[in-house]
Design a protein around this ligand. Structure first.
Ligand code: FES
Length: 140
């Protein structure tokens, strides 16, 4: 596998960013731009869980540059993609180095969504543990 030059993580699975913009759309459009430019061997776009930039979403981080973007909207994707190619970060979307997670302003329904997600995580973990336990018994 070639060494990636850039690795972008888009918060698509965090509990809050989805409320601030079309995280899945941003992810899909970035993937399409990378594919169309035939950069799949050097640029990877990944879905991510919470990047701890809640309240500034949708959040995107670029590695290895350690560039954090916030409040990204789908119309920003072309500019973001161009920045990967020209090496100039999109200043208007950059989060300050000292940004803080902020979640208190989200409505109760969004806070509830976070609790539902945690419950689903617990179920997923329990299902995995159950499978591992069954495999362990079968191999004994
Ligand atoms: S929910 Fe996206 S950074 Fe936390």
């Amino acid at each position: 596998m070639p060494i990636l030059e850039k690795h972008l993580f888009v918060c698509t699975h965090g509990p809050f960013c989805w409320h601030d913009g079309d995280c899945d759309g941003i992810f899909e459009r970035l993937k399409k731009r990378v594919a169309a430019a035939e950069l799949k061997d050097s640029v990877r776009i990944n879905r991510a869980g919470c990047l701890n930039a809640c309240g500034h979403g949708p959040a995107v981080v670029v590695y290895p540059d350690n560039i954090w973007y916030g409040h990204v909207q789908i119309d920003d994707v072309d500019e973001l993609f161009a920045s990967l190619q020209n090496g100039e970060p999109v200043a208007r979307l950059r989060l300050p180095d000292d940004f803080q997670k902020q979640t208190n302003h989200y409505p109760e329904a969004v806070q509830q969504f976070k609790r539902v997600e945690r419950g689903l995580d617990d179920q997923r973990r329990a299902a995995r543990e159950s499978i591992f336990a069954a495999e362990s018994v079968a191999s004994d």
